[in-house]
Design a protein around this ligand. Structure first.
Ligand code: NCD
Length: 331
């Protein structure tokens, strides 16, 4: 994959070599993300960080990643204070932003909207989540987290057993993660969800066609039994047309310490893209696991910074300048 100048809209653009290249750049940048080194390879560059849908981690970590490489960030949050509220089309917004910045991250509630936006810009666009569609940067940091948690050994991801639970119908992190893990060999996927929220058959067929073993089940304890990774997701309330349908499906699967000890392998890694829904009646990831050493969800969120730095360095073609530019902080 030639990253320089490219959009990153879908994980389907990635093969194993591209993933390895990205991880090697992310590893070079980990000391910068950890504030042990300074790197200014994007000095003077500007990121347009356009979020038409709520976000905490993704928007901040895209912004921080860009800042820590020496660049500036212009945020656009929601549409209320923008010309979209005056009737401006997404394509016109794209044309305008393209004239102001060097690279653009876009989150939008509609599937396909980020690709549409990218058609009208001269600048590389990174999909920061398009409705229930895809969330490639999240899948990249999720996979980087698996790689790190399993001893920084990429080979461990071949034959890995992954249980993915929650809202697999609307969860864009799941759609991207499943498709990205397909670059490894013979992954075993257990998709655990209420029938109405199961993963689309089309994605299951794509995985099976590539030689992976796929099971879809409603049985949580059975689904996690041999899993090396248990990836928990939130029921995506905002994607339901009817609140009662959501209410009937929330809280069906909840993992806490007792469930983990009883049903999961002791060395299973628990992941969650966050935010977790901690309201009573939802609570898919119980607070009693917060300090558990096998809970990687907060380390996973931290990994968003070096992975997004690597995406920017590659897309803007400065990845080969990183080593020479590293210096020590004066603070
Ligand atoms: C996810 C998202 O926005 O898709 N959050 C994130 O980016 N880390 C998951 C979610 O909202 O449930």
């Amino acid at each position: 994959m030639n990253f320089h100048g490219s959009n990153i809209l879908s994980v389907e653009q990635f093969d194993l070599a591209a993933l390895e290249q990205l991880f090697s750049v992310a590893e070079q940048l980990e000391p910068v993300a950890a504030r042990e080194k300074i790197c200014k390879v994007l000095d003077g560059a500007v990121l347009g960080n356009l979020f038409f849908e709520p976000s905490t981690r993704t928007r901040l970590s895209f912004g921080v990643a860009f800042n820590r490489l020496g660049g500036h960030v212009q945020d656009m949050i929601g549409t209320a204070d923008t010309s979209i509220s005056k009737g401006e089309s997404l394509s016109d917004t794209a044309r305008i932003v393209s004239g102001y910045v060097d690279v653009i991250a876009v989150r939008h509630p509609d599937e396909g909207a980020v690709a549409h936006f990218a058609d009208y810009t001269e600048r590389p666009v990174i999909n920061a989540g398009d409705g229930p569609g895809e969330h490639p940067s999240q899948a990249l940091l999720d996979t980087f987290t698996m790689y790190k948690e399993l001893g920084r050994d990429l080979d461990r991801l071949h034959n890995v057993k992954v249980a993915i639970v929650g809202d697999l119908k609307h969860g864009r992190t799941v759609h991207s993660l499943a498709k990205l893990l397909a670059v490894f060999n013979q992954v075993e996927f257990n998709f655990i969800a209420p029938k109405k929220l199961q993963l689309a058959t089309e994605i299951v067929q794509q995985l099976e066609a590539r030689g992976h073993k796929v099971t879809r089940t409603t049985d949580f304890s059975e689904g996690v039994r041999d899993a090396d990774i248990v990836y928990v997701t939130r029921i995506q309330e905002e994607r339901f047309k009817n609140w009662d349908d959501y209410a009937a499906l929330r809280g069906k699967y909840s993992i806490n310490k007792a469930f983990f000890m009883r049903h999961c392998k002791p060395d299973a890694v628990i992941m969650h893209p966050l935010p977790r829904d901690s309201r009573p009646g939802s609570n898919e990831l119980d607070e009693d696991l917060t300090d558990h050493p096998q809970l990687a969800a907060f380390r996973q969120a931290d990994n968003g910074v070096p992975v997004r730095m690597a995406m920017f360095a590659l897309v803007l073609g400065v990845d080969n300048k990183i080593q020479a530019s590293l210096s020590d902080p004066q603070w």
